[in-house]
Write a protein that binds this ligand. Structure first.
Ligand code: SUG
Length: 440
């Protein structure tokens, strides 16, 4: 089995609109002028680095934005140009919501269970409904369509319908899911921030929204066909969410038998670790960050836990970390421990500031899918990356993406045209067929 990374390709309308309350970077960079081209190239640069390390890499396409069908569904009518102009009226917020390139953060695309763990021996994928944030909830239908093209072979894969929309079953996908494995056992930790009904223990976060419900996590575990014995739902720390840790992967990351964990990632972390050690044995290796050594504000600002902990082709482990975490002294000191303690051979600091400024680090940009050789050979479309395909994608970005994009530019009908022609070319390049609403 190999752990594949399916990275989201940043879309041509990448911008900073401050759409996510509780995501500190998103709020802080509201209104900043974006460079969609630089953002997309940064993401492709990360994919290149992973490939150089021998990590299997694939890509998922951006979504159609601005999404005119959503505007029409809200009663805005007329020609495309008229609909756009109407959405831009007033404070223009509606247009910003339907123009977000947020599908790039594929850690929120779905939750995945590998065939080695599921009751029917298939890989299960549950697209996330992302009900907590309107702009993200628009992603679920296309994500489902894309995943069904890529994971098309029903004998090997099962791509579910997203959970029903609405706040009760708000699901944020793999960003709240951590799979750990040792010789002794396998655990799927499902992080959640609030209860849909009944009382959330400790009352939950007070300042920022908890996005995922416990009920959604339990439904996800059932649909993914995981035996109950492998499932461990656990509450995210309310203090962590209130400090900007809106997803588990902002304050923790796990890979195989290694777990990087901040004190404020989960409630009752001591009890969590006791439970994990019982199920996984002494092989489990936890690199713990106490709040006193690495204050949560620094962890949220620099995102050391939102790194990718990966095993390279030669079996050595590597950490792909955002360069912000190299600049922050206590985050950098924490990460250095991984090298000193032999957890990783090297740390690769990458500049992903375009994504980081929206609260998305390296780990947000990828969906992990554990696949056997036979399963990866059965993938549909041409989304797996080779050096040649990566070069084609870079040339595609250079050709179609703007250098600069301000919020006012979102109302430009030319941007809509450019985006459609870019995406039309991309579906050809990635062998995805007619995918987008404008192509159907
Ligand atoms: O959902 N940001 C995304 C960032 C997602 C990060 N993902 C993980 N932690 N896995 C979000 O908050 C901001 C868009 C804006 O403000 O323009 C945004 O949607």
């Amino acid at each position: 089995m190999a752990e594949w990374n399916f990275d989201g390709l940043t879309g041509p309308t990448h911008h900073y609109a401050g759409l996510s309350p509780g995501n500190v970077a998103s709020e802080r960079h509201r209104g900043q002028v974006a460079s969609p081209r630089a953002a997309a190239l940064q993401g492709l640069g990360k994919m290149r680095r992973l490939m150089e390390l021998g990590v299997p890499q694939a890509v998922l396409p951006p979504h159609e934005r601005p999404h005119l069908p959503s505007l029409r569904a809200l009663g805005l009518c007329g020609t495309d140009a008229e609909v756009l102009a109407r959405a831009a009226q007033g404070d223009g917020h509606l247009l910003r919501l339907v123009s977000s390139a947020s599908a790039m953060w594929t850690a929120n695309a779905a939750t995945v269970a590998p065939s080695s763990d599921t009751l029917d021996g298939r890989v299960h994928l549950l697209p996330a409904n992302l009900s907590a944030m309107f702009h993200r909830s628009l992603e679920a239908p296309l994500t489902t369509r894309v995943l069904r093209r890529v994971f098309a072979d029903e004998a090997r894969y099962c791509v579910h319908e997203p959970l029903p929309p609405g706040s009760h079953f708000a699901d944020e996908g793999a960003a709240n899911h951590t799979r750990l494995v040792t010789e002794q056992g396998t655990v799927h930790v499902f992080g959640w921030g609030r209860r849909a009904w009944g009382t959330t223990p400790g009352a939950g976060p007070q300042r920022y929204p908890a996005r995922q419900t416990e009920e959604a996590s339990l439904a996800a575990a059932r649909l993914l066909a995981l035996p109950e014995a492998l499932v461990l739902p656990w509450q995210q720390a309310a203090r962590g969410i209130d400090a900007g840790g809106f997803h588990t992967d902002v304050l923790a990351v796990g890979h195989r038998r290694w777990l990087l964990l901040h004190e404020l990632a989960f409630e009752a972390p001591d009890a969590l670790l006791t439970e994990l050690r019982q199920r996984l044995g002494a092989e489990l290796e936890v690199v713990w960050a106490a709040e006193s050594a690495l204050p949560v504000a620094e962890a949220v600002a620099a995102y050391p836990f939102n790194s990718q902990l990966v095993s390279g082709g030669d079996g050595t482990r590597h950490l792909i970390a955002p360069s912000e975490s190299q600049q922050a002294p206590r985050a950098a000191a924490y990460l250095q421990r991984l090298v000193d303690e032999g957890v990783v051979a090297a740390i690769h600091y990458l500049d992903l500031n375009a994504s980081m400024n929206n609260g998305g680090g390296p780990a947000c940009l990828r969906l992990r899918v554990e696949l056997s050789d036979a399963e990866s050979a059965a993938l549909g479309a041409d989304v797996t990356l080779t050096p040649a395909r990566l070069a084609q994608l870079e040339a595609w970005v250079e050709r179609h993406y703007r250098e600069r994009l301000s919020l006012a530019d979102l109302a430009d009908p030319l941007l809509l045209e450019e985006t459609r022609s870019a995406l039309d070319a991309l579906t050809g390049l990635l062998g995805l067929g007619s995918l987008y609403d404008f192509q159907r």
